[in-house]
Design a protein around this ligand. Structure first.
Ligand code: NAD
Length: 250
């Protein structure tokens, strides 16, 4: 442990699985106290146990990012367990395919509720505690699909593009008050969110990525670690693409 996050207390939404679990694990390894907020209680408990087995300090709290009361309870839990909150990672997200013709109104509403409104509610609930700490960071997880279009994911594109500009606006709102806000744009990373993809889809994805491979969750976690740490004390409103060079080719 090199202690790059010593003294930090981080709440990570969607921290039970995939990119969230990788960030939780790395944050704890670097000295942060971590609260994982997720709907998946048993997986969240497993991730906490894995962190503890490696000497880290983590807790799980059930969190539904679409519910303001759930967010307030998670923030209060983090502050009462660890005495403060310095870091919020808005990582929870969902994906399902669907363009204008196929996406349902219900599917659209669900995507916006989790991926977009969930980020707003998280920042709103956490801001009072983050402001108290005086040296805080928010890391929002958008997507390469928040920057570019595709034919079959209208709700996902809309929600992730919203996160991009919401982050910039919030960075300005808190620029002089001790909260930095930055955004990560993952390309294609191997996690459960991808669901079952056919070998043909896998080949097409790899062909689109200049580096020729999908990413690993730790590739995102290392970028998040930097943005959450004091090494990034002069970085706010920034956009970090971690995508094997994909955006450079768009
Ligand atoms: P994942 O499915 O492994 O993890 C997402 C987590 O969010 C899950 O643990 C899930 O239970 C949780 N979650 C979903 N709805 C929730 C809710 N209402 N309240 C609380 N938690 C909820 O997927 P992942 O790939 O690790 O995704 C993490 C983030 O990264 C998402 O925002 C996703 O859009 C983004 N992202 C992923 C990729 C990729 O290729 N994996 C690419 C770009 C962006």
């Amino acid at each position: 442990m090199s202690g790059r996050l010593n003294g930090k207390v981080a709440l990570i939404s969607g921290g039970a699985s995939g990119l969230g679990a990788a960030q939780a694990t790395l944050y704890a390894r670097e000295g942060a106290k971590v609260v994982i907020g997720d709907l998946q209680e048993s997986l969240g408990a497993e991730t906490v146990a894995t962190i503890a087995a490696k000497g880290g300090d983590a807790r799980f709290v059930r969190l539904d990012v679409t519910d303001p009361a759930s967010w307030h309870a998670a923030v209060a839990f983090a502050a009462s367990e660890f005495g403060k909150l310095t870091t919020l990672v808005n990582n929870a997200g969902i994906f399902h395919p669907g363009g204008v013709e196929n996406e349902t109104e219900q599917g659209w509403a669900q995507m916006i509720a989790v991926n977009q409104t969930g980020v707003f509610l998280g920042m709103k609930a956490a801001a009072p505690e983050l402001l108290k700490s005086g040296n805080a960071a928010i890391v929002n997880i958008s997507s390469l699909y928040g920057l570019i279009g595709s034919a079959d994911a209208i709700g996902y594109h809309a929600s992730k593009a919203a996160v991009r500009v919401m982050s910039k606006g919030t960075a300005l709102e808190f620029a002089k008050r001790g909260i930095r806000v930055n955004t990560i744009f993952p390309g294609q990373i191997c996690t459960p969110i991808l669901g079952d993809i056919t070998p043909e889809q896998d080949a097409a994805i790899k062909a689109a990525i200049p580096m020729g491979e999908v990413g690993d969750p730790m590739d995102i976690a290392y970028g998040s670690l930097y943005l959450a740490s004091d090494e990034a004390k002069y970085v706010s409103g920034a956009e970090l693409w971690i995508d094997g060079g994909w955006y450079a080719a768009c």
